[in-house]
Design a protein around this ligand. Structure first.
Ligand SMILES: C[S@@+](CC[C@H](N)C(=O)[O-])C[C@H]1O[C@@H](n2cnc3c(N)ncnc32)[C@H](O)[C@@H]1O
Length: 117
């Protein structure tokens, strides 16, 4: 597996400007992935920014073919939104991602929540 750092990922063709995530990877590896990796899970990520944590989850958590990752973020900055889309596309796992361009859970948890991509 390639090293998961922003400089390395950017060198691999991703586009990440900030890292809020990699410091938390040991906790994910200790408490989340051992029981859920390779399972047909449906994950909800609230606050995805450019997709750094999203890409990690796609590579290390949502590894089952039927796993899905539901991504909620208002993406107020069009450049950040564009980077998220490009990074998910570049990951090769875009078919596992459902994107909800929205603030908060109220709309997402309504009886009819529509993915926007
Ligand atoms: C610290 S960044 C997330 C970083 C990302 N998880 C990562 O590891 O790269 C916070 C994100 O939360 C989003 N956000 C803020 N308020 C939100 C809300 N009410 N619902 C969903 N997303 C929200 C912001 O647009 C921003 O992209």
């Amino acid at each position: 597996m390639e090293p998961f750092t922003v400089p390395d990922l950017n060198a691999q063709g991703y586009s990440f400007s900030q890292d809020w995530f990699t410091q938390h990877i040991p906790n994910w590896q200790a408490y989340v992935t051992p029981s859920l990796k390779d399972e047909p899970i449906a994950c909800l990520e609230i606050g995805c920014f450019e997709g750094l944590s999203t890409v990690w989850q796609l590579q290390h958590l949502c590894t089952h073919a039927e796993a899905r990752l539901h991504c909620v973020d208002p993406w107020p900055d069009p450049l950040v939104c564009k980077r998220f889309n490009q990074n998910i596309l570049h990951s090769g796992f875009s078919k596992k991602v459902r994107r909800y361009r929205s603030t908060g859970l109220t709309r997402f948890c309504s009886p009819v929540a529509h993915a926007t991509g």
